[in-house]
Design a protein. Structure first.
Length: 98
């Protein structure tokens, strides 16, 4: 599982690269892999709209929305199962109120 670095750490690492230091040297100095730092730099460029992609904020919103969708789908499935167990007695008849 990838190691999660604090936002401040990633921001400072990206700032060093943006200031002209190479990714490889910066990664070595900070004790992280260069592929991790390349990912941080790319994420920063996406967030700044320098390259196309899904920003961090949009990604968070999508994860939250997808979680809510899964919740609602689970609720619908529970209602379907309950309806199947109760059978036709659970159906409300339309029309007459008698």
């Amino acid at each position: 599982m990838p190691r999660k670095y604090p936002d401040e750490f990633r921001s400072r690492a990206v700032a060093l690269v943006r200031a002209g230091q190479t990714v490889t040297k910066t990664a070595d100095d900070l004790g992280i892999t260069s592929s991790c730092l390349y990912g941080c730099v790319e994420r920063n460029r996406i967030n700044r709209d320098e390259i196309p992609g899904v920003s961090t904020a949009e990604s968070r919103e999508l994860r939250k929305a997808n979680g809510r969708i899964r919740e609602l789908e689970d609720e619908v499935e529970i209602v379907r199962r309950a309806n199947a167990l109760l059978g036709s007695s659970a159906h409300h008849r339309q029309g007459s109120t008698r």
